[in-house]
Design a protein around this ligand. Structure first.
Ligand code: BGC
Length: 751
């Protein structure tokens, strides 16, 4: 189809109509040109296909679909193949429900563990998030269903999310908040992006030209469609100019008319409107060509898949005395309502009406005869069964408490105010621990919790919100059919107050200052060498692994070279299992720019039979070593030594090696912050030294009376930090002398 011809044949009103939705989920059709309507649906961990939404006043109904583990759980899988599979399964369900666009994945960073929507996001790490999101998108889009990556960008809290202004410096954006979107676009080739509600550095995301055009379209090469988050529109024409295509859910005809009026009055260039319509038509064509009307979801197969997937995500946080897996013949009691009615998803737009729910209690019947006493519910103590639970625990060999965050704690639209489990659950854990030392706790939560009775718990299994089959997966792990292999994709801090965002989080009605910069999550805790409850990347297995035989393709590289690192991993236990090998990089040179001590730059999940050895390869490139330098508006890998750490958690990195990187030096910044030390570090050119030396010796003359090592040291540091233009305040150097040095350096910069 010649899309430009269609645009040419459309009326102005028809073109403007394509810039907003028809209703809650559909784009508008243009009948005169046979442009079809496209149907969207939430996402991200199930297909929330609604009916009866087309007519205002009617109550929409939601079709049942399979609820897969939420992103927080999927993040813990550290498994690209798994994410690709989840995307594919969701694509199948979307197709069967005549949905062309699934609103997901959500790739915002977990800046604070309090964010109410963290369950919908993968991780506090941008590399991990980007890799997983790209795999999910590829799976989803392989079915002909468009992904819609959200929420672009710097939308990291729910508190006043529709108006807050995220104040984030460019380097932090580039290193932390944008890379996952970049991977979703560049690697995942996402066909659509959803802009966020918030403002970014003073401009609403929907009309932020830097974000939507300079970065997204021009730098990353995105040629799909940008839709608003539902209701995230401010100025329609400005948004169009900034790079936004479709206002969702609908403009009620108002902003379409604004567009028409603006074109007629000459305020908006029609060519700009045509460009946006062209992008929309191209996307419509792609989405529509994938449409199928002959498929049905094999719900039972998907439910089984959801169980297996949930099993890959669960993180075994603690396993003292090898209390898990539970042994044959043990007298086991399950306690807590989540054993019979689990929490498995969060609240808000992602909420799925699922096809069925498998509680752990029901699934455990496949393995053992388990006693169950409720003791507490999602809402509080169950006084009727409280004492019964304690006495059942006392008589049992092991007690398994199903705990977690109540439904009312975690949802889109608001943030948590603390990290604690509810008091009644802590009291239950304490009461059970007092009579039964063999205590296992299974957690159902979308983001980190602190546990005041952690020392009394022998086995701790983090299931996250693992979708409708969560109970099946929990039983599979508790009874040892599945060997846990999840790793935390976020740090569990010891206290909320330890989190770098704590002092300011949700304490300002208009602005969110990202003052901690790139130091979020483990980047902060590791750089400050702080203790945490459970570190990023942590997760135990029923077997054990050993890493050895690290090899590196070169010991010295240039900035544009790539580097291959490989390591052998052996399953040293007696069960088959999977391990996630994690690679972090830290800069060993003198840090003049502020860098986290180590950052994740590679991960691979492998499955090993007992005794089996596999070699894992990592491919590193300039970006793996670089920070974002705003002076040159590019990634820069500085010369110096870097340590490459490999291990199985951010705090367990037994294998390491180092590489020397040689890079072209950055041009000197020739403004009044330029110091003598900067010049000496940059060049040993004789001419410049000759120019500098008389000036400096006049300066040194002032201090000739000082003696002793510490004075010399003090003096040399002062000289290092002395701005070139200030030399004249200490000596009779002239402006011309100084200008001559600047001029010389200018020439050096250009070479
Ligand atoms: C959410 C989006 C969601 C949309 C449609 C918004 O409130 O922020 O994530 O896709 O609603 O339900």
């Amino acid at each position: 189809m010649d899309l430009w011809q269609i645009i040419h044949d459309m009326t102005l009103e028809e073109k403007a109509s394509l810039c907003s939705g028809e209703n809650n989920w559909d784009t508008k059709a243009v009948e005169s040109q046979a442009v079809p309507s496209i149907r969207m649906s939430d996402g991200p961990h199930g297909v929330r296909r609604q009916d009866n939404y087309q007519t205002r006043g009617e109550k929409p109904t939601t079709r049942p679909s399979v609820c897969f583990p939420v992103a927080a759980a999927l993040g813990a899988s550290f498994d690209r193949v798994l994410l690709n599979r989840v995307g594919t399964l969701l694509g199948e369900e979307a197709l069967a429900n005549d949905v062309q666009v699934l609103l997901g994945p959500g790739v915002n960073m977990k800046r604070s563990p309090l964010c109410g929507r963290n369950f919908e996001y993968y991780s506090e790490d941008p590399f991990l998030t980007g890799e997983l999101a790209a795999a999910y998108i590829q799976g989803l889009q392989s079915q002909g269903v468009s992904a819609c990556v959200k929420h672009f960008a710097a939308n990291n809290q729910e508190y006043r999310r529709m108006s807050a202004d995220s104040i984030v410096d460019e380097r932090t954006l580039r290193e932390i908040y944008l890379p996952a979107f970049e991977a979703a676009v560049r690697q995942g080739r996402a066909h659509s992006v959803m802009c966020s509600y918030n403002r970014l550095n003073g401009t609403y995301a929907c009309e932020n030209e830097w974000l939507l055009t300079d970065v997204l379209r021009e730098e990353w090469g995105f040629n799909g469609v940008v839709v608003t988050d539902w209701g995230a529109m401010n100025d329609r024409c400005r948004a169009l100019e900034a790079g936004l295509n479709i206002e969702m859910p609908s403009s009620n005809g108002v902003t379409d008319k604004n567009i028409v009026d603006a074109v007629r009055s000459g305020k908006l260039d029609e060519a700009m409107l045509d460009k946006r319509v062209y992008e929309t038509l191209r996307w419509t064509e792609w989405c529509y060509s994938g449409r199928r009307t002959d498929t049905e979801t094999p719900y039972d197969r998907h439910d089984l898949a959801a169980r297996a997937i949930a099993g890959e995500c669960a993180v075994l946080l603690k396993n003292e005395d090898g209390i898990l897996p539970l042994a044959d013949g043990q007298k086991i009691v399950f306690i807590g309502e989540y054993a019979e009615s689990p929490r498995f998803q969060g609240g808000g737009s992602s909420h799925i009406t699922c096809t069925k729910v498998t509680p752990a209690l029901e699934a455990s019947a496949e393995y053992a005869d388990v006693e169950y006493v409720r003791m507490f519910t999602d809402e509080g103590r169950d006084d009727k069964t409280w004492d019964m639970a304690i006495s059942a625990a006392e008589k049992a060999d092991v007690a398994v408490v199903f705990a977690g965050l109540p439904t009312s704690y975690e949802s889109e639209g608001f943030d948590r105010s603390h990290l604690n489990l509810p008091d009644y659950q802590e009291e239950a854990i304490e009461a059970i621990a007092a009579v039964q030392p063999n205590l296992v706790v299974v957690l159902h939560n979308g983001s980190p919790v602190t546990l005041r009775n952690i020392d009394k718990i022998k086995g701790l299994l983090e299931m996250y919100l693992a979708g409708q089959a969560v109970g099946g997966a929990a039983a599979d792990i508790l009874f040892g059919k599945v060997n846990p292999s999840g790793k935390l994709a976020e740090t569990f801090p010891l206290r909320l107050e330890d989190n770098p965002t704590y002092p300011d989080y949700a304490k300002n009605k208009t602005e969110v200052r990202y003052s901690e910069g790139q130091y979020i999550g483990y980047r902060y805790y590791d750089s400050r060498n702080m203790d945490v409850l459970f570190p990023f990347g942590h997760g135990l297995s029923y077997t054990s692994f050993k890493l050895k035989n690290l090899r590196i393709s070169a010991e010295k590289i240039k900035e544009d070279d790539s580097l291959t690192v490989s390591v052998d991993i052996k399953n040293t236990g007696v069960r088959a299992g999977k391990e996630v090998i994690q690679l972090y990089i830290g800069y060993d040179g003198e840090d003049h720019v502020g860098r986290p001590v180590r950052q994740l730059k590679g991960f691979e999940k492998v499955r090993l039979e007992p005794g089996e050895i596999k070699t894992v390869m990592f491919y590193l490139d300039k970006r793996s070593f670089a920070y974002y330098n705003t002076e040159i508006s590019d990634w820069y890998a500085e010369s110096g030594r870097y340590t490459i750490y490999i291990g199985t958690s951010s705090r367990d990195l037994p294998v390491k090696c180092s590489v020397e990187l040689v890079a072209k030096p950055l041009p000197l910044k020739l403004d009044d912050t330029l110091t003598v030390g900067d010049i000496l570090e940059f060049t040993d050119d004789r001419e410049v030294l000759e120019k500098l030396s008389p000036m400096v010796s006049r300066f040194t003359g002032d201090f000739s009376g000082l003696d002793g090592k510490e004075h010399r040291q003090m003096f040399s540091h002062m000289l290092d930090g002395l701005p070139l233009h200030s030399v004249k305040s200490f000596s009779n150097t002239t402006d011309e002398d100084i200008e001559a040095v600047y001029e010389f350096l200018r020439r050096l910069n250009e070479q």
